[in-house]
Design a protein. Structure first.
Length: 517
């Protein structure tokens, strides 16, 4: 059996505030994702996760798709899974009960589907629309705290459940739908970004222990809290990387591009780790003298904003009474999680263990380090959502994407490699990817600043290179080829424990305008 031909090609589209990413993937025989295409572009027309300018957003989506298909000329993309975030996203807790029609029969999956479908009748504020309905604890008669898989096959008179309902603004949903449609794509499903990120970076132990997933993106920080194997709370915090960049721009009196560059290359989340005698030199404007920026001041600005984000995280954890119950701690992901010393700051401010969540758990070996960065966790999670739909035959899954190999000897081009190609980049290549150019020229007057930053980056790159090599070696061993595919699929199903009765039910009652007028 050729798994490559059996499994569909699924594409995730992450429409963010600072970047738009399109990734095409397909599962191999070991249940891991092979990346078939990868493309990204600078985002335009999106602010804090919401599409404000449709035409600009469409152009950015088209660039990302063109780059994705250019990386693999045999790839055809017609439909995508799209992530949604933004400060308009809200969540509510509801309770639903349903009396069984025939108490003599066992409870079937159809009974649970009917109970979930009833929740679409939940009263919502004007202008809001249900995006996802996620069941939590079930009850059968007087038996509490049951999982969905435990309920099926039981007998009783009444079943009930607590539900986590995610809602969004109809206009924001409509704008995303318009952008995707006018980019000549169809939306397979709309997925809450915190859930997509969680699926990409979590493992089965995390779900059991209880964790908080904190995805620090460009425009929003997405939070998803899991406890006792189920989703307990989601929220989108409208503070993220863009706010840090604006703080640097205003506080230090530099250009936005300079502020972003300083944040990425020299920024750190813990000011006490910055040397007081370290400075960053940036070019002056129109013949003016170069400007010196204190690395200590830069770190103080970043730390202040990061502490504000962490205060929101702690607040929502305490609202759920879970501050002492998340034994798995906090998993940081997203582009903002790459700030130096963020783990230490998170542990200090929250009192919980913290680590960086990378999407490499679900990726096959042989891909470049570009795809292993936490900023792509959401897009990888969108592909995993597609495979959860496919494997559970949800929505009568049929994929219209394809990869036609006209010449099996021709490898896809671009920033990723195929499964069979050994990838072991040099340290110099990884540093070039990290910095883009040699930044030591900007700090020649103050070598004390450039040395620590480059030393830290070099160590991190060496560790990443070693881990990648060991991972390739491990997957090459025959005894490690038997991967627990069912356990990984079960984890994804638990994260996306959503039952949808109709295709794209979140478009119900939206009454979109004709786009050809």
């Amino acid at each position: 059996m050729n798994i490559q031909k059996e499994n569909p090609v699924i594409v995730g589209l992450d429409i963010g505030t600072t970047k738009i990413v399109a990734i095409a993937g397909r599962k191999n025989e070991y249940g891991k994702l092979e990346i078939l295409g990868f493309g990204k572009s600078d985002s335009s027309g999106v602010n804090h996760g919401m599409v404000l300018n449709i035409e600009e957003c469409i152009r950015s989506i088209n660039v990302a798709l063109e780059n994705c298909m250019a990386s693999n000329p045999s790839l055809t993309i017609k439909e995508v899974y799209v992530g949604i975030a933004g400060h308009h996203i809200k969540s509510i807790q509801t309770r639903g009960d349903r009396v069984l029609a025939n108490i003599e029969e066992e409870i079937k999956k159809e009974d649970i589907d009917a109970l979930i479908k009833d929740q679409y009748k939940t009263f919502l504020p004007a202008g809001d629309q249900i995006i996802d309905i996620i069941p939590q604890e079930f009850t059968v008669d007087t038996l509490p705290n049951l999982m969905m898989k435990e309920v099926i096959g039981m007998t009783g008179i009444k079943i009930g459940a607590n539900f986590h309902i995610v809602t969004g603004d109809k206009t924001a949903i409509r704008n995303i739908h318009r952008c995707v449609t006018r980019a000549n794509l169809s939306t397979k499903d709309l997925v809450l970004q915190p859930l997509a990120s969680a699926a990409a970076v979590m493992c089965a132990e995390d779900l059991e222990a209880g964790v908080a997933i904190v995805d620090i993106g460009g425009g929003t920080t997405d939070l998803a809290i899991f406890h006792e194997g189920m989703l307990k709370h989601t929220v989108v915090i409208p503070i993220a990387g863009v706010n840090i960049t604006n703080d640097i721009r205003q506080g230090l009196g530099v250009l936005k591009s300079q502020a972003e560059q300083m944040k990425v290359q020299f920024g750190m989340a813990l000011a006490e780790e910055a040397k007081s005698n370290a400075f960053i030199t940036i070019p002056g404007l129109k013949g003016q003298q170069p400007k010196e920026i204190s690395a200590k001041n830069l770190a103080n600005i970043i730390q202040s904003r990061m502490e504000e984000i962490l205060e929101y995280v702690v607040y929502h954890i305490k609202q759920q009474n879970l501050e002492d119950k998340l034994h798995g701690g906090i998993i940081l992901t997203g582009g903002g999680s790459q700030l130096k010393h963020l783990i230490q700051l998170t542990q200090f401010r929250t009192g919980l263990d913290a680590r960086i969540g990378l999407p490499n758990e679900h990726l096959s070996a042989g891909h470049t380090t570009e795809l292993l960065k936490p900023m792509y966790a959401t897009c990888i999670g969108l592909i995993l959502r597609g495979y959860d739909d496919f494997e559970s035959n949800r929505l009568r899954f049929i994929s219209n994407n394809s990869e036609e190999h006209l010449n099996e000897n021709v490898e896809p081009v671009g920033v990723f490699t195929t499964m069979t190609k050994t990838f072991e980049p040099s340290v110099e290549e990884l540093l070039q990817k990290e910095f883009g150019q040699d930044e030591t020229a900007d700090t020649t007057d103050h070598p004390t600043n450039s040395t620590p930053d480059h030393t830290l980056t070099l160590d991190a790159v060496k560790d990443l290179q070693t881990n990648l090599f060991l991972r390739n070696q491990a997957e090459a061993k025959p005894e490690n080829n038997i991967i627990k595919i069912k356990e990984r699929s079960r984890l994804i199903t638990n994260v996306f424990s959503t039952v949808k009765s109709t295709v794209l039910c979140w478009f119900e009652n939206v009454d979109d305008e004709r786009l050809d007028r």
